[in-house]
Design a protein. Structure first.
Lengths: 113, 110
């Protein structure tokens, strides 16, 4: 399978705990994106990497959120001190060049209880 | 990036063409029109994009009006597996933030 992989698919955590999600993009794609989607809404942009550089962050990405892409390959998204409002689907996407379509993963569904 | 307006929902009979409209009246000259769809519990799937010419691929056709203020995504022979939310997105070259909106929920009816 050469698509975008995300792990885990589902995560249930208690409020206040830290969680980390992983995304493995398509290997030759140098651009990587994180989005968040809540029930009934379209995905919302969180952040963008080109290779290992994080070039853009949304205002949605509060200081409790941090994303990394240390070697320009896989990426992690960490949420510290989770809140119930963080419950959502977290989607990762990758692309090869500008003006190409993005390939999305199946997402990680986070439930904060 | 320009915003888009889409109907909230549409139905289409299986085997018929599904025509999904999108208005983007404030589109700029360097903005592309993209279409994605999202089947329940999956990530969005890229369908097609275009600037001003009509485009066709194995999934769909994209018809953009001459003034570029609106477009139509055409699924020529809809199947039950095409039931999904379809998002029309306007994106300028170099923009990294795709604004999805709430899309059109297409239901293909047997």
């Amino acid at each position: 399978d050469t698509g975008v992989s995300q792990d885990p698919r589902h995560k249930i955590t208690k409020r206040g705990q830290n969680v980390t999600f992983r995304c493995d993009p398509i290997s030759e794609h140098n651009r990587l994106y994180w989005y968040r989607q809540t029930l009934g809404q379209g995905p919302e942009f969180l952040t963008y990497f080109q290779n290992e550089a994080q070039l853009e962050k949304s205002r949605l990405l509060s200081d409790r959120f941090s994303a990394e892409r240390p070697k320009g390959s896989f990426s992690t998204l960490e949420i510290q001190r989770t809140e119930q409002g963080d419950s959502a689907m977290y989607l990762c996407a990758s692309s090869l060049q500008d003006n190409y379509g993005y390939t999305f993963g199946s997402g990680t569904r986070l439930t904060v209880v | 990036d320009a915003k888009t307006t889409q109907p909230t929902s549409m139905d289409c009979a299986e085997g018929r063409a599904a025509n999904l409209p999108c208005n983007h009246s404030t589109i700029s000259g360097n903005e592309y029109v993209y279409w994605y769809r999202q089947i329940h519990s999956q990530g969005p799937q890229y369908i097609i994009h275009g600037l001003k010419n009509n485009e066709t691929n194995e999934m769909a056709s994209l018809i953009i009006t001459e003034d570029r203020k609106s477009s139509t995504l055409i699924l020529p022979h809809a199947t039950l597996r095409d039931t999904a939310v379809y998002y029309c997105i306007v994106r300028r070259t170099g923009a990294n933030n795709l604004f999805f909106g709430t899309g059109t929920r297409l239901t293909v009816i047997p």
